[in-house]
Design a protein around this ligand. Structure first.
Ligand SMILES: NC(=O)c1ccc[n+]([C@@H]2O[C@H](COP(=O)([O-])OP(=O)(O)OC[C@H]3O[C@@H](n4cnc5c(N)ncnc54)[C@H](O)[C@@H]3O)[C@@H](O)[C@H]2O)c1
Length: 254
């Protein structure tokens, strides 16, 4: 079950954290993986790991905010079966301390980046007569999280785009879903803690772990396993849905 043999998968931000875990797992299940990354070294390292494990992967330097770069990269890859819109960045702040620059930065990567990849991938999937798309959202799109104004906005947009694409391309056999993780322990989280709480890093890791009802943060591999299911043929009846993976954060936090 859950084999991706002969599938071609594009994973944005596949050089780190959740995207890297998805890239490694998809390659292990037989997919040819194309990693689109800003961070050249990280993407090359992920490709090296996949190749060492006997898989097939390619690194593409690509800024998802740049439509020209995205179109060139997708048209080079061409026969795409799976797109995982995973690349994303964070911002901490309420509306009153979110500057126009902060807002645009989040909008550009987390919203326009997803749009750019959808815009490039959908025609290729239509030509192939099928496709699967997975957008990385967040629990921040589903519940009110303190100090996440711009980030929550962007992850809500990811869910709205998911529904729109799922609806518009039903008859082209393109499925589109999203995943909403709560806190997952990745460089994204470590970077966020180091930047915002430089003197309280250990305490913050413990605090974030305790804020998940299950008592720990998720792992990138756990998110990758859900991504694998949703992108596999076994999930062929699932489209237009969001899947929280949250250690009980949404429903058990009382
Ligand atoms: N870690 C969490 O707790 C968590 C929770 C919910 C949702 N998410 C979402 O999951 C996704 C991955 O998060 P992560 O924790 O693995 O992050 P990460 O920072 O470890 O990895 C993100 C990757 O995206 C790449 N990237 C950033 N901007 C890019 C751009 N413009 N073009 C191409 N690549 C770019 C980075 O270079 C990096 O390698 C994000 O969309 C994030 O919002 C994360």
């Amino acid at each position: 079950m859950f084999q991706l043999t002969n599938k071609i998968a594009v994973i944005t931000g596949g050089g780190s954290g959740i995207g890297k875990a998805i890239s490694l797992l998809f390659a292990r299940q037989g997919a040819t993986v194309h990693i689109l990354e800003l961070n050249v070294e990280a993407s090359k390292e992920a490709v090296k790991q996949i190749t060492y494990d006997g898989g097939r992967a390619f690194a593409h330097v690509c800024d998802v905010t740049n439509q020209r770069e995205v179109l060139t990269t997708f048209n080079k890859i061409k026969h795409i079966d799976i797109l995982v819109n995973n690349a994303g960045i964070a911002h901490v702040g309420k509306v009153e301390n979110t500057s126009t620059e902060d807002f645009d930065r989040i909008l550009n990567v987390n919203v326009k980046g997803v749009y750019n990849c959808l815009y490039a991938a959908v025609p290729l999937m239509k030509a192939k007569g099928q496709g699967v798309i997975l957008n990385m959202s967040s629990i921040a799109a589903l519940v009110g999280i303190t100090d996440r104004f711009a980030y929550s906005m962007s992850k809500g947009a990811a869910q709205a785009m998911t529904l729109s694409v799922a609806r518009d391309y039903l008859h082209d056999h393109i499925r589109c879903n999203s995943i909403s993780p709560a806190r997952v322990h990745t460089p994204f989280v470590d970077g966020f803690i180091a930047k915002n709480y430089p003197d309280r890093q250990e305490e913050m890791v413990e605090k974030l772990s305790a804020s998940q009802p299950i008592g720990r943060m998720g792992t990138p591999e756990e998110v990758a396993t859900l991504a694998l299911f949703l992108c596999s043929d076994e999930a062929g009846f699932i489209t237009g849905c969001d899947y929280p993976i949250d250690g009980g954060f949404i429903k058990l936090n009382n």
